[in-house]
Write a protein that binds this ligand. Structure first.
Ligand SMILES: Nc1ncnc2c1ncn2[C@@H]1O[C@H](COP(=O)(O)OP(=O)(O)O)[C@@H](O)[C@H]1O
Ligand SMILES: [Mg+2]
Length: 403
């Protein structure tokens, strides 16, 4: 795999010199962590992308959408974003105290904070302040500034119920921070894979799949943006398990005109990145569809996209699960045991087939809008509820063909 990625990386302008020095001195790409093995490289040309194709959008939240991408100056002076001082964010997070740490990704540490005297735009209730999540880029981050600016550029101007809200940023010396709305239920990864977490019910899993499919469809169809890092850790949940996409550090403007793809440095996360993208560096919205298929498999199986604690045959979820997806009688073998059989078998089979379509050859993968339609039309039992407790109240035996 390394040589395939290297071939692609050599062809990319974005990080050629950095990769070159790394490859010649270490003979391999500078993987950051096992979770983010493809997140590599460093950019020297910030937001220097082709001129934007802007598409207006009208959705539930009806925002004003600015052109994407924009110059660094435009981004930083955006009226949608607040510039915070480092001092204010230090105060908000108890000086980035470990007790305020709520998450860590490939590029940053995320802290919970309280910003005195600031409130959400549009809040009519008098508030003394607001709870926020503050991402502080790791000083050793390879992507660093480019990722940070990319999030500002995309998330800072998009507004949709299934995208996390970016409130502001801080740029002081070497410090790069982002301030988001706080998502009290953390990430989907926390809920699916942490042993101590309360298992997610079937209805909640489907609710999350639909919400994230909406987010991706919006990006693809209304904004021509490829998200490029769709995975459980980047799906955040509010108290009602409404799901929102966060982490736009790798997002990229999609192809324009007659172009079928954008050529890029290969970035993403091992286990979620589409094989043809890893092999060629050619990025299309179908790469997101592949990653969506992987997350569907995670929702069905409760297993991580890559799990090195399992036997070799079971390391990679897609490889392990694939043979079972198209067989109605074998599907139960990959279903999450934490569901305790409490799922509608017909709907589960429909989702399994959908996942199979998403992870198949790029040419025949469905579009996100089609994926969304299938999920929205899943047969549901009338009393389906998003909470497991409610599920248990309303069910005495496993759901069968009813749904
Ligand atoms: N707005 C938020 N509210 C609550 N938790 C968050 C928020 N943003 C991020 N997190 C937590 O921090 C983790 C890493 O955030 P992310 O933006 O993905 O960072 P990175 O760019 O380093 O990958 C997430 O998986 C999640 O657990
Ligand atoms: Mg992340």
């Amino acid at each position: 795999m390394h040589s395939e990625i290297n071939d692609v990386a050599w062809a990319q302008i974005e990080s050629l010199s950095f990769l070159h020095s790394h490859l010649s001195s270490h003979g391999k790409l500078p993987w950051k962590s096992s979770q983010d093995v493809l997140k590599v490289g460093r950019s020297t040309s910030l937001i220097a992308r082709p001129s934007p194709t802007v598409h207006g959008y009208s959705d539930e939240s009806k925002p004003e959408i600015l052109p994407i991408p924009r110059s660094e100056g435009d981004i930083l002076s955006s009226p949608h974003l607040k510039a915070f001082t480092l001092d204010r964010l230090k105060k908000a997070t108890k000086n980035f105290h470990p007790s305020s740490l709520i998450g860590e990704g490939g590029f940053g540490y995320v802290y919970k904070g309280w910003i005195e005297g600031h409130r959400y735009i549009g809040d009519t209730e008098p508030q003394k302040g607001m709870v926020v999540a503050v991402k502080k880029l790791k000083p050793e981050g390879f992507q660093g500034h480019k990722e940070w600016l990319s999030e500002l550029n995309y998330l800072g101007q998009l507004s949709h119920p299934n995208l996390v809200k970016l409130i502001g940023y801080c740029l002081e010396g070497d410090s790069r921070l982002l301030v988001y709305e706080y998502m009290p239920n953390g990430s989907l990864e926390d809920h699916l894979f942490q042993k101590t977490a309360q298992p997610l019910s079937w209805a909640t899993r489907i609710k999350i799949a639909i919400a994230t499919a909406r987010g991706l469809s919006f990006l693809h169809d209304k904004q021509q943006i490829i998200y490029r890092d769709f995975k459980a850790a980047n799906i955040l949940l509010d108290l009602e398990f409404n799901a929102k996409l966060s982490d736009f550090g790798l997002a990229k403007a999609g192809p324009t005109g007659d172009h079928s793809h954008v050529s890029t440095q290969v970035l993403g996360t091992h286990g979620y990145a589409a094989p043809e993208y890893i092999a060629t560096g050619r990025l299309t919205s179908r790469c997101d569809v592949y990653s969506f298929g992987v997350v569907l498999l995670e929702l069905l199986s409760g297993r991580h996209a890559v799990d090195k604690t399992k036997s070799r045959m079971e390391h990679v979820l897609v490889d392990w699960a694939k043979p079972y997806l198209g067989d109605r009688r074998k599907l139960f073998r990959i279903m999450d045991t934490r569901l305790e059989g409490q799922y509608p078998q017909r709907a589960a089979y429909t989702v399994a087939i959908l996942a199979l379509q998403c992870i198949c050859e790029a040419k025949i993968r469905p579009q996100m809008s089609e994926v969304l339609t299938t999920l929205e039309n899943l047969p549901v039992r009338p009393s389906a509820s998003p909470s497991r407790a409610d599920d248990q109240k309303s069910m005495t035996s496993p759901m069968r063909e009813k749904v």
